[in-house]
Design a protein around this ligand. Structure first.
Ligand SMILES: Cc1cc2nc3c(=O)[nH]c(=O)nc-3n(C[C@H](O)[C@H](O)[C@H](O)COP(=O)(O)OP(=O)(O)OC[C@H]3O[C@@H](n4cnc5c(N)ncnc54)[C@H](O)[C@@H]3O)c2cc1C
Length: 193
């Protein structure tokens, strides 16, 4: 059984109410607890303690980023959380950018200190799946993970490895929350059961 940290990036702003991200956070929390894992939840838009969050990363075996797509990526509250917590983690979450004068084989991005841990993206987007996967459409077929490349790289800079991404699509145009919940529980079961 493992320690799982869920970072809830839900926020009420503009045409986002934050309720769907709260719901998906609760779905994961109860599913993972029922499966015997230890779960902690933190709200990115909350009053978190930066040093305690570094400790949460050291505690966690896996981190789940639950967040809406805002302007093609993570909300600023989640980016702020990363800037706050990962920067504070210098010396415990990462040592350096990985390069060293004494060994030219050590490349940029190899200085993470939390190897062996994993992270997972759980996303809510109004865009349909085809917008990511179809070469003729908006993201030219790069896929969801292609759109989130810098976000993935920030996690990998610390040494963590990606788990398969989950995405709920059409969340404003045609929301189908019972389906999102069923698909998310199945996804979690395949990874964490
Ligand atoms: C600044 C900004 C930028 C954005 N940029 C993008 C973008 O680049 N690409 C894109 O695709 N989208 C974009 N969006 C849309 C955004 O991704 C969605 O608004 C967000 O994902 C919805 O998540 P939420 O938690 O806020 O959902 P909510 O707004 O809370 O809910 C979404 C829908 O689900 C229903 N719902 C939620 N929870 C439940 C429940 N428990 N039971 C039943 N029904 C429920 C709500 O009634 C609503 O119909 C943007 C939104 C904002 C505010």
């Amino acid at each position: 059984m493992s320690n799982i940290l869920i970072i809830n990036g839900g926020k009420k702003f503009g045409h986002s109410n934050g309720q769907l991200n709260d719901t998906m956070t609760e779905v994961a929390e109860s599913f993972l607890r029922d499966a015997g894992h230890d779960v902690k939840v933190v709200r990115a838009d909350g009053d978190y303690d930066v040093k305690a969050e570094v400790q949460n990363f050291l505690w966690a075996d896996s981190v789940i980023w639950q967040m809406p797509g805002w302007w093609m990526g993570a909300p600023w509250t989640v980016k702020k959380y990363i800037d706050d917590v990962f920067t504070e983690g210098h010396g415990s979450l990462y040592a350096s950018d990985g390069r060293t004068r004494s060994d030219a084989s050590k490349k940029y991005g190899s200085g993470g200190l939390i190897q062996g841990k994993t992270y997972m993206l759980s996303l809510t987007w109004n865009a349909p799946m085809e917008a990511f996967t179809d070469k003729e459409q908006f993201f030219h077929g790069v896929g969801v993970d292609g759109v989130y490349l810098p976000f993935h790289k920030a996690n990998q800079f610390l040494g963590m490895e990606a788990l398969p991404t989950f995405i709920a699509n059409d969340v404003i145009k045609m929301p189908d929350v019972p389906r999102y919940i069923a698909e998310y529980r199945k996804h979690l079961g395949q990874i964490f059961a």
